[in-house]
Design a protein around this ligand. Structure first.
Ligand code: ATP
Ligand code: MN
Ligand code: MN
Length: 373
């Protein structure tokens, strides 16, 4: 019997970028269930449903205590009928039939395995499934044509599906720093993505590179990649040129979260802990069990866009999406990883730090460790 006075009522603002979401999640069972349904929707090209489940999960991640009764959720934002039904099932029966049957379904399992290959998205996986390919063995037997990324992804499948630890991220940070200062003294490297938010593991390691003098960063990426390649640190890399032009692109494309920085999607060959020397300049490991493959993203930004790039590459993905939605819907502004455009004033708003961007947006500053929505 519940004493009404003891039921904790929760209250949270509706945009994730107005909330402080730490890694300390009191509702893991519920958020795992909703995240699985989000993932299933995304893999099935139902992005709208995916976002709805992500938003619902993010609200529960922001609660200060476990949910024990449906009545506590009254008035909370972003909890649609479907999400509420899933939460109710779990509170009442310890599990949701929909979540369990999705998890067990052949289609979901096949989509997970195939999109677990670096370079394979939901569209490719779906096409393969329609051709009767459900697992890696069938893929290899099928004779399907793989691009260079997918070949590398398949070759390093097990390594790349194993979480990267903070210690491995730190070791890679040292290597990238060495590479960057060797080719451009004074250039700066910042760890972004989940590790900047304080996560202890991740699916990859993300870096943002800049130089305090505008323009000095031009041409940096190919030099860094060449250095890493010649020292034997790269198993795969694909560099994309910078294609951002303020005049041509801005204030535009707020619907797309793809930025146009010079970037390199890569797979590092990281020596295992026992093999890592004191000096990291040359990768000497030879035998297959003395190293492992790790996904690494490198992005180069000019200093004038650095704060926007840092904010945009720190995540979480939902936090970023909510920041852009807040900017557009509440402030008539367009936010990207390059700039902030004020549609009412018809001008760009400069910022030298993340704090200034939050201030322009009329939001309280949320530090990286509290952006884990
Ligand atoms: P994990 O720990 O699993 O790697 P993560 O939060 O670091 O989680 P990533 O997929 O590495 O997730 O992405 C890090 C950040 O980079 C996110 O905020 C995401 O919005 C941003 N990002 C990733 N890919 C792109 C892209 N193509 N264009 C713009 N931003 C991107
Ligand atoms: Mn990451
Ligand atoms: Mn990444």
């Amino acid at each position: 019997q519940i004493n009404e006075a003891e039921v904790v009522l929760f209250s949270v603002p509706s945009y994730a970028c107005q909330r402080r979401t730490t890694l300390d999640n009191h509702n893991v069972t519920l958020t795992d269930a909703l995240s699985l349904l989000a993932e299933n929707a995304e893999l099935s090209d139902e992005d709208g449903r995916g976002v709805a489940f992500r938003r619902a999960a993010a609200v529960l991640k922001a609660l200060p205590a476990p949910v024990t009764a449906m009545s506590q959720l009254t008035g909370l934002p972003c909890l649609g009928d479907h999400s509420l039904r899933v939460i109710k099932d779990i509170l009442e029966n310890e599990a949701s039939d929909e979540v369990e049957s999705t998890k067990q379904s052949d289609r979901f399992k096949a989509l997970k395995v195939l999109t677990g290959i670096f370079g394979v998205g939901s569209k490719t996986a779906d096409r393969w499934i329609r051709d009767g390919i459900h697992n890696l063995h069938q893929l290899q037997e099928s004779g399907a044509t793989l691009n260079r990324a997918q070949q590398a992804g398949l070759e390093h499948y097990n390594d790349l599906n194993q979480q990267v630890t903070k210690a491995e991220a730190d070791a890679i940070t040292e290597i990238v720093q060495e590479a960057v200062v060797s080719v451009l003294p004074g250039a700066q490297v910042v760890l972004t993505g989940g590790f900047r938010r304080g996560k202890q593991t991740g699916h990859d390691v993300d870096f943002l590179i800049t130089h305090p003098e505008e323009g000095r960063e031009v041409g940096l990426m190919p030099k860094v990649v060449f250095w890493l390649e010649s020292q034997g640190f790269l198993l795969y890399q694909k560099t994309t040129r910078n294609s951002y032009l303020e005049v041509k692109d801005g204030p535009g494309r707020p619907s797309s979260n793809m930025d146009r920085f010079e970037r390199c999607l890569s797979i590092f060959k990281l020596a295992k802990k026992e093999e890592r020397g004191i000096k990291v300049t040359v990768n000497t490991v030879k035998t297959r069990d003395s190293w492992r493959a790790v996904r690494v993203d490198l992005v180069v930004s000019p200093i004038s866009q650095f704060a926007f790039a840092l904010l945009g590459w720190t995540g979480s993905k939902l936090f970023e999406r909510e920041l852009r939605r807040w900017a557009g819907h509440e402030k008539a502004m367009s936010l990207s990883s390059h700039a902030l455009y004020d549609n009412k004033q018809s001008r760009y708003l400069r910022a030298a730090s993340e704090e200034e961007i939050f201030a322009h947006l009329g939001l309280e500053y949320i530090p990286p460790s509290e952006r884990n929505a």
